[in-house]
Design a protein around this ligand. Structure first.
Ligand SMILES: Cc1cc2nc3c(=O)[nH]c(=O)nc-3n(C[C@H](O)[C@H](O)[C@H](O)COP(=O)(O)OP(=O)(O)OC[C@H]3O[C@@H](n4cnc5c(N)ncnc54)[C@H](O)[C@@H]3O)c2cc1C
Ligand code: FES
Ligand code: FES
Length: 494
């Protein structure tokens, strides 16, 4: 058992023990270390002012990902390298990203600048040569600037991306990888006492035992929800069990027929696997939060939180996914839709946790579509999320329709009436469509809140079903979509 966390700062190993379980990385940097370059804006993962880069060893290589330090618990950085804005310059020489920001006038008041630089730093390390404007937009979608405007910042990113990838982090990467491998031990981590602790078990058995002993503890995966309970709801969470160190729980395996997503696999690592199932699913994942949120947030957390507006549950339910749970020595598997009982109520016993999800790939006779409707295109949570899988026979008859929505009830939920209206009918049968639209109105009592009114949600759900049916019947997405046209996405990927 270990009672300190260890991580790399500026080439050396830092060891920290005796901290409150709710301590955020941002507070550690600014208050304990005095590294005040990293800023606090919103404190909820939305503005990116607090962005730092976290280095991890993957397949022997050091990979840097941007995270929001304001909602990243200090204990979560155990076994990583933490890179903040003060660390980038090489002596008196600015990092190529910093120099390009100066040269392209990418900063005015400067409050957002460290966050932008850190996001672009992560992109600098994730790419091997010049990048596109679109890629930069994706990498900085989680960073807000109120005064400079984005054009000079994007220009700086474009310019810096032409520089050789030879900064001091590249030069140190073999040493860094060695230290990271050394830090990745298999000892359980427990800091605190039985009443107040931060724990990070190293195995699923240790997690099961600890959670049974402390069923009131809060499980934390990526903390993109739990972090906000602390910073915005000011909740006291005395017992935290972080599951990010559990060996094997972040695995993703493609068996050819299905994809197994371990509970701690992040959106970022799952995205290519989901894109391989269907381009719409890949786009859905790409539009969840920001790079920072996708680097920390997990598919397991998105499902386990039971939210009615989480993006992945409707899509995974439409695909027929199952969920694996474990409590003590007992494991069970349930259809994902059976996990959601009611608003705030899930099919999960005290001391039970999610270990993974099994997502079937599409068969040749299946058509899948999913659509996320938000007020803002990037970095926004859905008002309505609709997902559709139609299994068609050779004559175009619907053998099985699976339809699920988020934002339409207190839980992610299937549209069983609309499905029944379509089953057995021709995919182009307008009478069946009318019956399905009518049934859809009976299937749900939509949420009515600040994101969207119930009436708006009902209209959108109707429109999305119509769009999915049109597309499944063969209409080109050039006619049904303004963005995310499947033909263009497939063409770009070839
Ligand atoms: C800025 C921002 C933007 C966001 N944008 C989106 C968006 O576009 N779409 C969207 O769907 N969500 C969005 N979210 C919400 C968030 O990213 C997701 O809900 C995320 O998937 C939660 O995963 P996590 O690993 O961070 O969970 P955590 O915060 O660690 O945990 C969430 C909940 O799940 C429980 N939990 C986690 N893992 C397990 C497990 N294995 N077993 C049992 N319980 C578990 C925790 O106890 C907690 O109750 C956004 C969040 C932020 C901060
Ligand atoms: S302070 Fe706004 S994302 Fe962290
Ligand atoms: S330079 Fe002022 S907020 Fe971006």
């Amino acid at each position: 058992m270990r009672d300190t966390i260890r991580f790399i700062r500026r080439g050396g190993i830092v060891e920290v023990g005796d901290f409150d379980p709710m301590t955020m990385l941002l507070d550690h940097l600014r208050l304990d270390e005095g590294a005040k370059g990293t800023k606090e804006g919103c404190g909820e993962g939305d503005c990116g002012a607090c962005t730092v880069a976290i280095g991890r060893c993957r397949n022997g290589e050091v990979v840097y990902e941007p995270v929001n330090a304001c909602i990243q618990l200090l204990g979560m950085v155990d076994g990583t390298e933490v890179v903040a804005i003060e660390d980038l310059a090489d002596g008196d020489t600015l990092h190529p990203i910093q120099q390009a920001m100066v040269d392209r006038h990418g900063s005015q008041c400067g409050f957002c600048t460290p966050g932008f630089v850190m996001s672009l730093f992560a992109l600098f390390h994730a790419s091997e040569g010049p990048v596109t404007r679109g890629e930069i937009n994706d990498w900085i979608a989680g960073n807000l600037c109120r005064c400079t405007g984005y054009r000079p910042i994007v220009d700086a990113g474009l310019e810096a991306s032409t520089a050789p990838r030879a900064d001091k982090f590249h030069r140190a990467s073999a040493d860094t990888a060695g230290i990271l491998q050394f830090l990745a031990d298999d000892r359980d981590l427990f800091i605190g006492d039985e009443e107040r602790f931060f724990a990070a078990p190293a195995s699923v058995d240790a997690l099961a035992a600890l959670y049974q002993r402390h069923p009131t503890a809060v499980i934390v995966a990526g903390a993109t929800d739990v972090g906000l309970w602390i910073t915005k709801q000011l909740r006291d969470i005395p017992k935290i069990i972080h599951i990010g160190r559990v060996a094997g729980m972040n695995r993703i395996e493609d068996t050819g027929r299905e994809i197994l997503i371990g509970a701690t696999a992040t959106y970022a690592t799952a995205e290519p696997y989901m894109r391989a199932i269907d381009p719409d699913l890949g786009e859905l994942f790409r539009r969840i939060g920001s790079k920072q949120v996708r680097a920390s947030g997990t598919v397991g957390g998105n499902v386990a939180n039971g939210s009615p507006i989480g993006d992945t549950p409707p899509a995974l339910i439409a695909l027929g996914a199952t969920m694996e749970l474990r409590r003590g020595d007992r494991a069970r598997v349930i259809p994902l839709e059976d996990f959601f009982i009611d608003y705030g109520k899930q099919n999960r016993a005290s001391g039970e946790f999610v270990t993974g999800l099994l997502v079937p790939r599409l068969r040749e006779d299946q058509v899948f579509r999913c659509y996320k409707v938000t007020k803002r295109f990037d970095q926004d949570i859905s008002a309505v999320m609709g997902a559709f899988r139609f299994t068609l026979d050779a004559d175009g008859l619907v053998r099985e329709a699976r339809i699920a929505y988020g934002g339409m009830a207190g839980t992610p939920k299937r549209a069983k009436g609309a499905e029944a209206a379509l089953n057995g009918s021709a995919i182009r049968d307008s009478a069946a469509w009318s019956n399905a639209f009518a049934a859809l109105r009976e299937d749900y009592a939509p949420l009515d809140d600040h994101r969207a009114s119930a009436a708006y949600r009902a209209e959108i759900a109707h429109a999305l079903l119509g769009k999915a049916l049109l597309e499944a019947a063969g209409t080109s997405t050039a006619r049904t979509r303004l963005v995310g046209r499947r033909e263009e996405i497939v063409h770009a990927a070839e």
